[in-house]
Write a protein that binds this ligand. Structure first.
Ligand code: GDP
Length: 453
């Protein structure tokens, strides 16, 4: 018995249309008790998945809205259970009254992500698909949306499925031989599985390697803005973000820690990290900031090296430059172009050097275009890349268990020892697809969702 849950699925703002959704065993009965079709028939007689006009009323029979209802019968619905949607006029007051009427009629409020959780528990989505639903809702670039849509369509699950099947075959063969010695089952030779295990480990490793691209798709390109103090790093971050996010002063060392800001530059989402100016310092708090800056540069997908073009380069500039120039993706920005040019592009050993002015915004369009070109098409957007840390961690454990099983195989240990590793790999893959995931982890995953999804 699945209790009927109800929620507004379209958020709490004025809009042309607002949708109330309910699902559960009694949902058509409950919805039918507050809604009458314009053709005089009960809602239960409405044709499957067809929008029908009618009147929504409160428990005292007062009209709430003239609206549309659509019924989807189990299992042909998102959740796999009977589902009704009311497409109302999008006033928050109308939607709240409609919801209240449904609660009075026996529905209970849906929890965050409960519709998608039911779809998962009813086998309509595997966990990779369910998790991708929230990524799709939250996607803020076309690429991130395309990738999430691919994952909702099962792209990641399809990569893991054959690996999981290989491992299941191996385990079941081993146990069949062990448990039914008198049956005519082909002898279990672990070595026969060695090339399959090797290929599966390779495939898992290839998937792990996509995580860098996945992180860019999901959270944006990590951009470290680096330079000695006072060259205009915070001003630049503010200019890019379009508002005063970092503290800007002319006292060197004002930014004592890293500051992060997410901005959309062109069609690329950037996670800008304004690093504390790198310099030798006695101040212990600032020293921690400087260490973090070095780390931010190391971990960044792109480094923007900033210098003050109105002053000749100093030893401090050169030291920061040494850290940046090593990076695969690095752009040098000669800032303060409004104050004259004591630094020329040819003075800097970078492939791309752009004179900019954080104060007026001059040169930032050129920067946006360069970044767009640099990261355009950096990731396939078909859902085949790993985008979330939980999935990455589980696949990493699966891969490690596979490597360990291959090592055990090579060392000639007994099959049951190899099987222990294989079973660990299966459990870890199952955490991603949902085949073996623990209830508390599932609960945490769906807590990320909004109510009504
Ligand atoms: P940071 O220490 O590198 O983060 O530097 P800030 O952003 O705090 O800037 C240091 C000083 O330089 C501040 O007084 C800014 O107003 C000034 N500044 C930053 N960018 C420009 C610019 O493009 N032109 C001019 N004239 N001044 C700038």
């Amino acid at each position: 018995m699945s209790h009927t849950i109800a929620a507004v699925s379209t958020g709490n703002q004025i809009s042309a249309i607002g949708i109330i959704r309910l699902t559960g065993d009694d949902c058509i009965g409950i919805a039918g008790s507050v809604f009458t079709l314009s053709n005089g028939k009960p809602l239960s007689a409405a044709p499957e998945r067809k929008l029908m006009l009618g009147t929504l009323r409160d428990k005292d029979g007062r009209v709430i809205d003239q609206c549309m209802a659509v019924c989807s019968h189990a299992p042909h619905s998102y959740t796999g259970e009977d589902t009704v949607e009311f497409h109302c006029h999008g006033s928050p007051a109308v939607l709240a009254a409609g919801l209240q009427a449904l609660y009075c009629a026996g529905a209970r409020p849906a929890q965050r992500g409960e519709f998608t959780k039911r779809a998962f528990l009813n086998g309509h989505l595997d966990l990779t698909q369910a998790e991708a639903v929230i990524d799709l809702i939250e996607a803020d670039t076309a690429d991130a949306a395309a990738n999430a849509a691919g994952q909702v369509g099962g792209a990641l699950g399809r990569k893991l499925e054959p690996i999981y099947k290989d491992l299941t075959d191996l385990c079941s063969h081993f146990h069949a031989v062990l448990d039914y010695p008198d049956e005519d089952i082909e002898d279990f030779g672990l070595q026969n599985y060695s090339s399959t295990l090797r290929q599966d480990a390779k495939d898992l490793n290839a998937l792990l390697q996509t995580y860098g691209q996945g992180k860019i798709l999901r959270s944006g390109v990590a951009v470290a803005i680096a330079g000695k103090p006072n060259v205009g790093k915070s001003s630049l971050l503010n200019a890019l973000a379009g508002f005063d996010r970092a503290i800007v002063t002319d006292i060197p060392g004002t930014t004592r820690d890293t500051v992060e800001e997410s901005v959309l530059l062109g069609s690329t989402r950037l996670r800008l990290i304004d690093t504390a100016g790198i310099r030798h310092t006695e101040d212990s708090v600032e020293a921690i900031g400087v260490d973090r800056s070095r780390k931010a540069i190391e971990e960044a997908d792109l480094v923007l090296f900033v210098c003050d073009g109105s002053q000749p380069l100093t030893q401090e500039d050169l030291e920061v430059m040494d850290l940046c120039v090593e990076k695969e993706n690095a752009i040098a920005l000669i800032n303060k172009s409004d104050l004259g040019a004591k630094v020329l592009p040819s003075d800097l050993p970078f492939m791309t050097v752009i004179p900019v002015c954080a104060k007026t915004g001059e040169g930032l369009t050129g920067l946006a275009d360069t970044v767009d070109i640099m990261f355009e098409g950096a990731s396939p957007c078909d859902g085949s890349v790993l985008t979330n840390a939980r999935q990455f961690d589980a696949i990493r454990r699966a891969y490690e268990a596979m490597v360990s099983s291959l090592q055990a195989l090579k060392a000639g240990v007994t099959p049951d020892a190899v099987l222990t590793d294989v079973e660990q790999a299966m459990a870890a893959i199952g955490e991603v697809t949902g085949a073996t995931v623990r209830e508390d982890i599932t609960a945490r995953i769906f807590e990320r969702f909004c109510v009504g999804k």
